[in-house]
Design a protein around this ligand. Structure first.
Ligand code: FMN
Length: 189
């Protein structure tokens, strides 16, 4: 009887198959006109291409402390606003330390940015977000070697030859997601 009871308890508390080692990557974006959001979903496709890895995509205003705690990898996306991180994303990052009191040690980070013009500060925005992550104890998973050493993913949305985010830019987003997922999975083991 005791053995039977122990077996039942073990069965109830055992992790569901595949859940035990699942690596979680959280993708957080701010987007007013949809470009950064589109990039976020392409990043998620890249994450999901790595076996055993789950992607959660959230707009910055919907993210809660628990989302960050649960994540093994965190990828941030912001538009370039006057060559800076957009205010809602910046406020969110500032909350990690002052409001949430979160150590994010050993979580894997990545970043992407959407900007309207050719020299619109996209790289500055990516680097600002990466440095904020490093400052919070995270590990940066770059560069994306398949994309010629880029540090993140960027798009140029309001300048010829195209409007919005193009296929090449979305492909970089997928590579970013895949890279962060692979490194987070390895650290997770
Ligand atoms: C207030 C504001 C400031 C902006 N400043 C820049 C800028 O400095 N450089 C740039 O390339 N684009 C700039 N843009 C354009 C946006 O970055 C671009 O349209 C981006 O794709 C918008 O992303 P979203 O569709 O996710 O909101 C600015 C847009 C706004 C609304």
């Amino acid at each position: 009887m005791v053995i039977l009871l122990l077996l039942i308890v073990a069965f109830i508390t055992a992790p569901v198959a595949g859940e035990e080692n699942e690596t979680n990557v959280l993708i957080v974006y701010y987007s007013m006109t949809g470009n950064t959001k589109e990039m976020a979903y392409a990043v998620a496709e890249g994450v999901r291409s790595v076996e055993g890895t789950a992607a959660v995509v959230k707009s910055v205003e919907d993210v809660e402390k628990d989302d960050l705690v649960r994540a093994d990898g965190i990828i941030l996306g912001s538009p370039s606003y006057y060559a800076n991180v957009a205010a809602p994303m910046k406020e969110f990052i500032d909350k990690w330390y002052f409001e949430y009191e979160l150590p994010l040690f050993d979580k894997v980070g990545g970043a992407f940015c959407s900007g309207g013009s050719r020299t619109g500060g996209q790289e500055l925005v990516v680097i600002s977000m990466l440095i904020a992550m490093m400052n919070n104890g995270m590990i940066i998973a770059g560069p994306l070697y398949e994309a010629w050493g880029t540090f993140g993913a960027t798009s140029m949305t309001e300048t010829a030859p195209h409007d919005g985010v193009d296929e090449y830019e979305l492909a970089d987003c997928r590579l970013l997601g895949e890279r962060v997922a692979n490194v987070a999975k390895r650290l997770n083991r």
